[in-house]
Design a protein around this ligand. Structure first.
Ligand SMILES: *Cc1c(COP(=O)(O)O)cnc(C)c1O
Length: 423
């Protein structure tokens, strides 16, 4: 990577680091990114997130701070809060959590004591680490019990969820996850949580943008707390929000600060405010529906090429592919796809006989390619590239991977990503 013209101060001060960023800009521009938890923020979000708001300490909340000089910071945070409330239709929003995992930890702090029982979806079934899984603090400081999907359908087994909830009476119940290709029935979870006396949390980190754009049902009328990251389908900076009804507002705010965190990252709060503003525009509704239309078209095209998809397809932005029948392990396929210019992550599939660090599947999704303007008519070629790369992985055919990479590069050059400098 030679000269970097996009970050002149950085280039002058620290050319080595500047070269890494320039290389990452090229990599993001040239590759087809299918990781479903990633996206490209707009240039406006990038600008807001890299400002002098960085220089300010603001422990507390707007109008109730522990440091002076908050006249502008208070307006930034209040605007982000108002926009979150408006977009998601909630009474209360806290925009300070540093990321999704600390946001969830704040929920535990607000509603449970160490050692008490909490319930979530098992990690290998598609749940998140922070829903009480053993290797996470949430699974060692609390007693995590876990539900999953049915082996025959790949869908959440609501009868089993109810049986477990009534047997265990968890203090907190999580719904949502990281590898769920199907619509979550928030009303079904709500009726189970009511029966079990649990605080119900919808962790919509993956699907917040779809909810904002009306492409997935909203949990807001059904659950006690909504937890979300801001950087996945919502297309904001890396951060998180907790939203709830007024009755839980104090508990949530106290848990985030002073319970868990110190000063909020004001530059991130500003980026979140901009992303929420963008997500309230009609173009974002179009985007959210296009993400789902692309995922459905991609699932169809993959099925037509003989791939096995968990649950047989998708309702949202995400597809979980089981590569067992192709004779390739997930990690081998993911690494081959990476060499072919297609960026995915390897992932366990439900009831995976293989180990989490070397599982049977890959997880893909359409938020990023949709942000670049790809449409359903492009999905057959994307499926063809995946198929060629997976077959090449099985045979160790490096020239075939290089050929896919060249084709990918051509399509990506014709569809520049938001926020990235043009080459
Ligand atoms: C991504 C994700 C998180 C964690 O977010 P981080 O910002 O990576 O800490 C939590 N829950 C779910 C469901 C997620 O998908």
């Amino acid at each position: 990577m030679s000269a970097n013209h996009h970050h002149p101060a950085l280039l002058a001060t620290d050319p080595e680091l500047a070269s890494f960023i320039a290389a990452e800009e090229s990599l993001q521009a040239q590759t087809l990114r299918l990781i479903p938890s990633e996206n490209y923020v707009s240039a406006a979000v990038l600008e807001a997130s890299g400002t002098v708001l960085q220089n300010k300490y603001s422990e507390g909340y707007p109008g109730r701070r522990y440091y002076e000089g908050q006249q502008n910071i208070d307006r930034v945070e209040a605007l982000a809060v108002e926009r979150a409330k408006g977009l998601f239709g909630v009474d209360h929003a806290n925009v300070q959590p540093y990321s999704g995992s600390p946001a969830n930890l704040a929920v535990y702090l607000a509603f449970a004591k160490p050692g008490e029982t909490v319930m979530g979806m098992a990690l290998p079934m598609g749940g998140h680490l922070t829903h009480g899984w053993g290797v996470s603090a949430t699974g060692s400081w609390f007693r995590g019990v876990q539900y999953g999907v049915r082996a025959d359908t790949g869908l959440i087994d609501y009868d089993a969820v109810r049986d477990l909830a009534l047997a265990e009476r968890p203090k907190i119940m999580f719904c949502g996850g990281t590898a769920l290709p199907r619509t979550i029935d928030f009303a079904a979870f709500a009726s189970i949580a009511r029966e079990a006396g649990s605080v119900l949390v919808a962790d919509v980190a993956h699907i917040a943008g779809l909810i904002a754009g009306g492409a997935h049902p909203s949990p807001v009328d059904h659950v006690d707390v909504v937890s979300t990251t801001t950087h996945k389908t919502l297309r904001g900076p890396r951060g998180a929000m907790l939203m709830c009804r007024e009755e839980h507002a104090k508990a949530i705010d106290k848990a985030v600060f002073p319970g868990l965190q110190g000063g909020p990252h004001n530059q991130t709060t500003a980026g979140i405010a901009v992303a929420l503003h963008e997500a309230a525009q009609p173009a974002f509704t179009t985007y959210a529906h296009a993400v789902v239309a692309n995922a459905k078209a991609l699932a169809e095209a993959l099925l037509a090429r003989g791939f096995d998809l968990v649950s047989g397809g998708t309702d949202n932005h995400l597809i979980l592919m089981d590569l067992t029948s192709r004779g390739v392990a997930g990690k081998v396929a993911a690494k081959a796809l990476d060499r072919a210019g297609i960026v995915v992550n390897y992932n366990t599939v439900p009831f995976d006989p293989r180990k989490p660090f070397d599982p049977s599947g890959i997880r893909i999704g359409t938020p990023s390619l949709t942000s670049r303007g790809l449409a359903p008519e492009h999905m057959p070629v994307v499926a063809e590239w995946i198929s060629r790369a997976v077959d090449a992985a099985a045979k160790g055919d490096e020239p075939a991977l290089a050929a896919v990479r060249a084709e990918v590069g051509e399509l990506m050059a014709a569809h520049p990503a938001p926020g990235l400098p043009l080459a």
